[in-house]
Design a protein around this ligand. Structure first.
Ligand SMILES: O=C([O-])C(=O)C[C@H](O)[C@@H](O)C(=O)[O-]
Length: 429
């Protein structure tokens, strides 16, 4: 065996789970408004060989409790044995009877708890594996088929500032011309070549008008709208017909596979989802009913990067398109998303990211490793995820989490102030 090849295991000695809070602007969605802070949990896995791997996931109270529960069972496992890690997470959570929330604002309630808990541990193990052999995570996932990953401009209706606070630097976006200005700024600053509007906030005709204004202003940019299931089947069909030829896909117009299937029979553009296909057992009924044309993967709820590639294979087999979903996130997640997208040949749509909404001075990774160029992030080529933890920044954002008092308020798993009448299964219009 050549001397450079090592067969030594890298056993887990310690797992640190650190909740952080970072500022989030008053973006509106069907649930309500983003709170002043978004919550994340940063995972550090430390091995007996002295390597440290990073993961990032939701930071709500229920999820944190489950992460810590599972972490305690992973000590001594070799980071190359991800199947054993998955088995232990599964067994631990099967025995957990707590019913607290999961930090996804109620929009992906059907996704597997074990997969959500496994995800950051798997990412951290891949980060360590990459460091151990000196290769980027994209190589561990089969090799990058692209050296840059395209992201989309993710537009939001928004208030001018948090109530009681000064107007923020993005200002209000409550009308079509303000959304066009928001898109123009994002495209100027980041170079995005596709646009997604988070809808379900205003009556559908107002949101159709916003999409038409975006189409006029950006005739060559693929457009999407995502009302997170806020519309009835009838409204969805009407909107789908009115925006025929305007959208590249219509995302989650209505809740549930049955409703999506009814809409899909009547509209010509593909329907996309990150709400009704969010776990492996949702794929079969959706395919059987021809309910969706595009699945938005998200390694945070599909069980990590390896399992997201399994999803990609399933989509390929059944002729489904593949895109990528995001929540408010930091640099560890952006790195993981970028490696995954780079190594997934059939991921042909620009991925979602909330990145532009994050303050540039708030992150847990050392600046510089990730950057946007013409709407795309160059795939990090260093070992592992290619990002380094900034310990001072981690401590600052953890302190912000503690002083915000969010944990005490957060026993539902919601990062956002919910609309009093919000029900993810009941369309509003
Ligand atoms: O459907 C989606 O794209 C999401 O669920 C992403 C986020 O939760 C988005 O709605 C948000 O951050 O308000």
């Amino acid at each position: 065996m050549p001397e450079s090849v090592t067969t030594e295991p890298h056993r887990i000695r310690e797992i640190r789970v650190t909740p952080v809070a970072f500022r989030d602007l008053p973006l509106l969605n069907v649930v309500g408004v983003h709170e002043p802070f978004a919550l994340r949990a940063i995972i550090e896995i430390v091995t007996d060989s002295g390597l440290v791997g990073l993961g990032e996931t939701y930071g709500d109270a229920g999820h944190l409790d489950r992460l810590r529960l599972a972490a305690a069972q992973l000590i001594d496992v070799d980071v190359w044995d991800v199947n054993e890690i998955a088995r232990r997470v599964q067994v631990t959570l099967a025995a957990d009877t707590s019913k607290t929330g999961h930090g996804m604002s109620g929009m992906v309630t059907g996704s597997s708890t074990a997969d959500r808990v496994l995800s950051p541990f798997e990412v951290a193990c891949l980060d360590i594996q990459g460091h151990a052999i000196g290769r980027p995570v994209s190589d561990l996932l089969g090799g990058a088929v692209r050296d840059r990953v395209d992201y989309s401009a993710y537009l939001f209706y928004k208030w001018a500032g948090h109530p009681g606070a000064e107007e923020d630097h993005w200002g209000a976006a409550l009308a079509p011309d303000q959304l066009v200005a928001q898109a123009r700024r994002m495209i100027d600053e980041y170079g995005f070549s596709a646009i997604k509007l988070k809808g379900g906030v205003f009556p559908p005709d107002e949101e159709i008008e916003a999409i038409r204004a975006l189409r006029r202003a950006f005739p060559d940019h693929p457009l999407r709208i995502d009302p997170n299931g806020a519309w009835t089947v009838r409204t969805s069909i009407r909107v789908g017909k009115e925006l025929d030829g305007v959208l590249e896909y219509l995302e989650d117009p209505t809740p549930g596979v049955d409703g999506m299937a009814e809409v899909a029979r009547e509209v010509s553009m593909p329907l996309a989802t990150n709400m009704c296909v969010v776990a492996f057992d949702h794929v079969k009924p959706a395919v059987a009913q021809d309910a969706v044309g595009v699945v938005l993967s998200d390694h945070h709820f599909w069980g990590g990067l390896g399992r997201s590639r399994v999803l990609a294979g399933i989509c390929d087999t059944f002729g489904l398109g593949l895109s990528m979903h995001s929540n408010s996130h930091l640099g560890i997640s952006l790195a993981a998303m970028t490696h995954l997208a780079a190594a997934t040949p059939n991921l042909s749509y620009a991925c979602d990211t909330h990145w532009p909404w994050k303050a540039a001075d708030e992150d847990v990774v050392v600046p510089g490793a990730l950057r946007f160029e013409q709407g795309a992030v160059p795939v990090p080529t260093g070992p592992g995820l290619g990002v380094e933890l900034d310990r001072d920044a981690l401590a600052r954002l953890h302190e912000q989490y503690l002083s915000s008092g969010i944990r005490e308020r957060d026993d539902t798993g919601y990062m956002r102030r919910a609309q009093p009448d919000f029900d993810p299964t009941a369309p509003r219009w």
